[in-house]
Design a protein. Structure first.
Length: 298
């Protein structure tokens, strides 16, 4: 295995410490590493193992912060330039966020969220492929149960601690609840066919992209948004399937207010604003994000 180190200048507010706290609480990282292959070695770094979607190789990454610079060390046998770019994407370090503070100046609720979560950037799934697999595994199951199913797949069929590659996943005969094995095979086929290509998802109109994702067997509207917003980490898309986000908007903006009523002020960071509000709600209520409800299955 080889090692590749890059340094990136991060534009706009960023705190690795805040992002790491969010990462550790983000489903499917809810078991703080035991169910996801994450290894948090030091307070000043974030470490993870993931599947590189450019060539489906496995890679390990360690990210450290030095002021506004992010140092990303990736190790693996595949395309390490692509691996480093993927790390920047799933940690939202590739987004020019110089305009993010202006959203808070327009919206006092978001200003409060920015104050309480200083430097937070939405940390997503490693890829749309892994987000889709999680959406399938978490349907109709408790979060902890789904995370253990995921860890079992990694332990039995992954390599170097990464989730199984699509070519491997589609060939497996899995004993899983309901139609999960069938749905995982469909996700693997979609990944190999380019339906989960991150660049294409980010370039498309969010509504059209979500609609195309529901053509994948087992992926419904909620799961499609999870893949798009948290898998491709699209920075400016409006969640329409998040009941808890709607509840938080009503709590903070007033009864009867909806996400659609207030989200124009969040542009061009609607996803970021939504993630901040959900993170605050989870902190206050103990809810855990990232679970696809039963209605997400097709």
């Amino acid at each position: 295995m080889t090692r590749h180190i890059t340094t990136t200048e991060v534009s706009g507010p960023w705190s690795l410490a805040t992002c790491r706290r969010f990462w550790e609480g983000f489903t499917p990282s809810a078991l703080k590493g035991q169910a996801t292959g994450e290894q948090q070695d030091g307070a000043d770094s974030l470490s993870t193992v993931f599947r590189v979607d450019a060539d489906w190789s496995a890679a390990a990454a360690v990210v450290t912060q030095h002021g506004q610079q992010a140092t990303i060390a990736v190790t693996g046998d595949g395309d390490l330039d692509a691996a480093a770019a993927q790390v920047r994407r799933f940690l939202a370090l590739d987004v020019d966020a110089a305009g993010w503070p202006a959203v808070g100046r327009r919206d006092p609720v978001i200003a409060d969220a920015q104050r309480l979560l200083p430097g937070l950037r939405p940390c997503g799934f490693h890829s749309p492929y892994e987000a889709a697999a999680w959406a399938v595994l978490s349907q109709r199951l408790r979060i902890v149960t789904a995370a253990r199913l995921r860890q079992d797949l990694i332990a039995r069929f992954g390599d170097h601690g990464a989730f199984p590659a699509p070519a491997r996943l589609r060939t497996l005969s899995l004993d899983l609840p309901g139609r999960k094995a069938e749905y995982l095979a469909a996700v693997a086929e979609a990944a190999l066919d380019g339906q989960l290509d991150c660049a294409a998802l980010r370039d498309a109109d969010p509504g059209e992209a979500a609609g195309r994702l529901t053509a994948i067997t087992g992926i419904g509207p909620f799961a499609a948004e999870l893949i798009l917003l948290r898998g491709a980490n699209v920075p400016d898309a409006l969640p329409t399937q998040e009941r808890r986000l709607e509840a938080e908007v009503a709590e903070r903006y007033g009864a009867g207010r909806t996400v659609a009523d207030v989200a124009d002020a969040w542009r061009p960071f609607r996803t970021w604003a939504a993630v901040h509000l959900r993170a605050l709600r989870e902190t206050r209520t103990g809810e855990i994000s990232g679970r696809a409800p039963a209605a997400s299955a097709r």
